[in-house]
Unconditional design. Structure first.
Lengths: 502, 502
């Protein structure tokens, strides 16, 4: 049945998606190639574009078209109905945001993020960025209040990254997780103490060109076509773009090549998800990725479940790492596997092992909630950060660059985002448990450097579903049960009992 | 005096400038880093953005604001009045273009240009791009007719790149130029024949990294701050951006390093102009560069008057070329100077010497006019091109990549643009004649690798004038007389009589 309202609505939403993707490319440019002095004018350009998008997204015609499409006799099929539902969700959200707030948010996030980047690079004190972050946090709170003055602000923010998720829901996952993780750390405490991991042996001086070769290999291994993607360098790795142009960035450190290796796996996983959303629905809501948690499930699948799998590493380390980075010839495969997977507290979240990583996120989740609730001030962040790091992980933060300045999120206005990383762990280990039933030989595949069967499973069961289901429904659809932290703890226990032989 | 209409108009025009500059960055991305499969969706994004810009530029409110500002009691100062005049010029032009034509033009130019790039790279036959170019030419003609159905189409197109210029005006410059150039070629025919230049000695294998070092040196020599600019690689060199973010591209050929050297001088000259428009007027019309002819005068000043000056080369060649590209150690300075300046017909315009270059442009000017007048068809372009190349320059084109496919302009819809290159030669030699009166030691400065005095003169007298004057008025303002081809011929005669000692 032809529905002129739906067609018009589709057309307008498609245009909006093109505009927001143009914005994304302009952000990508800021963080990869833009000359530094260009930041102020770029901030203005993005604010103008942001206002235009906001005006288009909130114009009353769209509201009317949505109402028309929601009538019982609309004759829309289930996919079309889902599109209308998702567009309505976005439209309702956007109409609640005053235009000037959108402009102020865009401008401030561009400035704060850029200044954060410089502060981190120059290892400056947090104090230098504090006034900008204060403005950012106030704007984020203003945003939450505008979206829903009746709900707790933090829940409002969470919902933007993980539809229908609440702080209480996260708590219900994170509580057993925290317990399980602490138990696990204790279980291997002695084994770790007997044979203390020396992660400094991974810190080899590797020319950037060699590191780029490895990144290229990883992209190819993951099945990401070079004519639809690219790898650039940025201070903080990220993935952007959609449909046939999805780009990742990594950060090559001269003296620490595993950073770029695993950020390439991670961002490559994100890129794979974006590239494999259902092509027939691209530029409509159903053709999008559904949530940051599911996004992280895919990136962390590539990074951890695949990239740090001991059987995969028996292939990857000699055939790729040692081949392209001969400086690793002096380090044997088993030691690499043990060291890269070592349960050892790290100051930096993105370099943490799969066990302690969760505590990094739980720490941020706790701080974020208190920050938004006004229980702590921006100025207190470094002290609270450092204290919690010592309490949870026993590490002493020496300067803010390795502490509260390490992640871009808060400076970019992304508060309520961090929990999605651990949701990703919870989701993907549950996906793995299901996948193993149809691909019991999944590890043998990895052992010969073949990701294709696993990739196809992820594409078919997760990525190609786009936004047909909300996250919890998607997990239900794939695994026949809602998300359950048990699978992640099982995964960790199985993995580490094999590594430590306990 | 406060004029609320002017303030509102300024604000809206500033926003438009931000939007069109965002478009420019998205085009830059296509030609530098975009994954190739992204072209179709990017074309759509740019078309949508183009339509939004067009709608904003043509909305009736802007027309009304302009009318209000044009009232005799507006109280505007002369700069403000000039802004209104220029905005009215643009607004009148834009309102004549139907929205759908703008969209079709944007889409088609993205596609044609991208396919041209591939065709050229793969050395494919012109036939492969012919259908796309046919569509492009028809759209350009449709554009000219919409802008002014009463004026010759080619004059309408010319006026967009060089305000107030006509084909007859160009003819009046090009006729004496053609005669003068042919005379000059004859004058040195014997000298050239006695000592035939061997340009193949310049074709050395030079690693791209070394070439990048030289490009970097040139940018620094020209006084272009790295935090406001950058150099990337593209199939066809170009400059884009404005205010504090102006980027150039060059094309590094493994076996022909002078190509990148001189395109860096050329594009660097363009960048210098953009960066030195009057900052207090940025994002208003007066703060813009005035025309492509004046633009080319600056780029070709850097490329030829400076970059190929024998006294400058006595410094630049040993201290830069030979230093960063040791493969040149076997070639002495005098031979380099003679060879780089040799009057010798080339197939490729951008590699031509300063004398024969003009014939390349005259050829394109003649073909363009006939193409737009319908005297020749798109399909005939390769044959006519090749025949004229043989007639004017005595060279035989072997494949379209070195013939009609060599330049991007027509494929990007830029018809009427080529003459501005030679206008640039005419303008800048006249500027030079004036500059020499205040900096008689200009060549001594170049001889010690110092561009600063010359740069300051260009900034003060040309670049910092922005769009206060139309091109001919600007030349009048600087040189106290209208453009005159005589100065360019004098410049060529002086230069070559010194090189050939005749």
């Amino acid at each position: 049945m032809v529905n002129a309202n739906y067609d018009e609505l589709s057309k307008q939403m498609k245009e909006l998606r093109h505009l927001s993707n143009s914005q994304s490319i302009l952000y990508w440019d800021i963080r990869t190639y833009m000359p530094s002095e260009g930041i102020e004018q770029r901030g203005q350009s993005l604010a103008i574009l942001g206002r235009i998008i906001h005006e288009k997204a909130t114009n009353t015609q769209i509201g009317e078209l949505i109402s028309q499409c929601n009538k019982s006799d609309s004759g829309l099929d289930s996919i079309q109905k889902r599109n209308v539902e998702l567009w309505k969700r976005d439209h309702d959200r956007e109409t609640k945001l005053p235009s000037d707030l959108v402009v102020r948010l865009t401008k401030q996030s561009t400035i704060t993020e850029h200044k954060w980047e410089q502060a981190k690079q120059k290892k400056q004190n947090f104090a230098i960025i504090k006034p900008e972050l204060e403005k950012m946090v106030e704007l984020v709170k203003e945003r939450a209040r505008a979206l829903d003055p009746d709900k707790p602000m933090y829940d409002v923010l969470l919902d933007e990254y993980e539809p229908k998720m609440t702080a209480a829901g996260i708590d219900s996952y994170f509580k057993p997780l925290k317990e399980g993780v602490i138990k696990l750390i204790k279980k291997y405490q002695d084994a770790v103490a007997d044979n203390p991991p020396n992660t400094t042996i991974l810190k080899k001086n590797i020319p950037v060109d060699q590191q780029k070769q490895v990144s290229k290999w990883i992209m190819n291994f993951l099945g990401i076509p070079p004519n639809r993607s690219r790898v650039d360098e940025a201070e903080h790795p990220f993935t952007t773009g959609l449909a046939k142009d999805v780009r990742i960035t990594t950060h090559y450190l001269d003296d620490d090549p595993t950073g770029a290796i695993y950020s390439t796996f991670h961002e490559g996983g994100h890129a794979l998800y974006e590239l494999n959303t259902p092509e027939e629905h691209w530029f409509s809501a159903v053709g999008e990725t559904i949530s940051m948690g599911i996004h992280e499930s895919q990136s962390r699948f590539a990074e951890n479940i695949v990239g740090k799998n001991p059987i995969f590493l028996k292939y990857f380390y000699p055939k790729v790492v040692q081949k392209y980075m001969p400086a690793f010839n002096s380090l044997d495969t088993d030691t690499f596997i043990k060291t890269i997977n070592a349960i050892t507290p790290s100051k930096i979240r993105i370099y943490a092992d799969e066990v302690t990583y969760n505590l990094h996120v739980i720490l941020r989740f706790e701080i974020e909630q208190d920050l938004i609730a006004g229980k702590i001030s921006v100025g207190e962040l470094p002290d609270i950060w450092n204290a919690k790091m010592e309490e949870y992980l026993g590490v002493k933060i020496e300067n803010d660059a390795e502490g509260v300045l390490q992640d871009t999120h808060w400076y970019a206005g992304l508060i309520g985002y961090f929990p999605t990383y651990v949701l990703g762990n919870i989701y993907n280990s549950q996906m793995l448990a299901t996948m193993r039933k149809s691909i019991p030989e999944w590890e043998d595949q990895l052992g010969v450097g073949d990701f294709s069967k696993i990739r196809n499973w992820l594409v078919t069961n997760v990525q190609n579903k786009g936004s047909i289901y909300d996250p919890i429904d998607l997990i239900n659809n794939i695994c026949n049960q809602p998300p359950d932290t048990k699978y992640f703890l099982d995964y960790l226990n199985e993995k580490y009992s094999r590594i430590y032989n306990i």
